[in-house]
Write a protein that binds this ligand. Structure first.
Ligand SMILES: [Zn+2]
Length: 145
């Protein structure tokens, strides 16, 4: 009886640990990527940013022009300009690093030309649990998922 009870408790602990990891893995990856960004080569000029984008987009097979925008505030994002239709990557502050450019290039590679809006809970969960972790794994390990 005691053995059975103990194994049930062990199973419950493992299930709780697995559930905890499943819920928190995007945030664990975020922390690892943010830490790695501290050691990633910094980008200090717009020219340097454009060179990094042009060189690294080739690894993902991206042929179209992506304009780099260096901002004074801490930022790392990408998107397509509604006015010009041009793809842009914005980095700045602590996030003006090569690893963040790789992260944003991966988003560009995956999203193609689709204009994404995150409206529903399903879309939010997909972003948190699929899109962002995939971009982080690429920026950290160069593995395309
Ligand atoms: Zn992202």
């Amino acid at each position: 009886m005691t053995v059975k009870h103990s194994s049930k408790r062990k199973w419950m602990r493992r299930a709780a640990l697995a559930t905890g990891l499943l819920v928190t893995y995007p945030f664990i990856l975020l922390g690892i990527e943010y830490s790695a960004s501290k050691w990633s080569p910094k980008i200090t000029t717009k020219t340097e940013l454009q060179q990094v984008i042009d060189k690294r987009k080739e690894k993902l097979g991206i042929e179209e022009h992506i304009e780099g925008v260096l901002r004074p505030e801490t930022i790392g994002m990408s998107g397509t300009s509604i006015n010009s239709g041009m793809k842009k990557i914005y980095v700045g502050g602590d996030l003006a690093t090569q690893i963040v450019v790789d992260h944003e290039l991966y988003h560009n590679h995956k999203r193609d030309n689709e204009v994404s809006q995150i409206d529903t809970i399903k879309e939010r969960l997909e972003t948190i649990y699929l899109e962002e972790p995939c971009a982080r794994i690429y920026s950290l390990l160069r593995i395309r998922l």
